[in-house]
Design a protein around this ligand. Structure first.
Ligand SMILES: [Fe+2]
Length: 231
């Protein structure tokens, strides 16, 4: 349903001007945007669906045991298969000025998004609030910078990263990766000319996201976003 709900009609709503407090300042910037942000802003774009989904997601995740829900491998399989769905991918409205998105029904109560990335757009550093997930590039290419270190989740404002923890990869059309609940990364479309499209899935549905800024080896916690803020 979210797919049909977000066709061209929602295009303007799903562009960068989305409501979230984060949108105005970030949407125009290269690093802007919600970290899966992309998905977070997406919440506001999809109208009533997202908020309902978030609510339902939180409720179900709270009552479910940790073993419930899809496995990381299932999420990976889902994003791969969805990224290969040419008709669905083609249904995503693309906007040269900002990211666009469609909310999808992920497997077993997971949260999923189809996201369009104009050249030069990205998420900034963020985590996923304890959710694990997977993403796949359907078109174009996305660069992911990540940390091969598990950060303490609470109780710090700045953290100096050890040498050698940086990882990066380029995910081109058809490439996919899964990540764990402590994953910290930033994703961007470095192309100067080509739009990228990707599929993302998370479980449990994102309960929050921590956003970070980075200067050299220093990572600084900038804000914590919760689903209510993405609507
Ligand atoms: Fe992310």
């Amino acid at each position: 349903m979210s797919v049909s709900a977000s066709t061209p009609a929602s295009r303007s709503a799903s562009s960068p001007s989305a409501p979230s407090p984060t949108a105005p300042a970030r949407s125009a910037a290269t690093t802007a945007g919600p970290a899966l942000p992309a998905s977070s802003t997406a919440g506001s774009a999809a109208g009533s669906a997202p908020s309902a989904s978030f609510t339902a997601g939180s409720a179900s995740s709270a009552s479910a045991s940790p073993s419930a829900g899809p496995s990381p491998a299932e999420l990976l399989s889902f994003v791969r298969a969805t990224a290969a769905d040419a008709e669905l991918v083609a249904s995503l409205p693309l906007d040269p000025e900002g990211r666009t998105w469609i909310r999808l029904d992920g497997p077993e109560g997971s949260e999923a998004w189809l996201i369009g990335w104009p050249p030069g757009t990205g998420t900034g550093w963020h985590d996923h609030g304890g959710s694990y997930g997977a993403f796949a590039t359907a078109a174009g290419a996305l660069r992911e910078d990540s940390l091969a270190a598990r950060l303490p989740t609470e109780g710090w404002k700045t953290l100096e990263l050890a040498e050698g923890v940086d990882r990066n990869r380029l995910l081109e059309g058809g490439d996919a990766r899964a990540f764990g609940e402590h994953h910290v990364h930033e994703v961007r479309n470095e192309s100067g000319t080509t739009h990228a499209v990707s599929v993302h899935a998370y479980y449990p549905p994102l309960p929050m996201m921590r956003r970070y800024s980075r200067s050299g080896a220093v990572l600084r916690l900038e804000e914590v976003e919760r689903p209510e803020e993405w609507q």
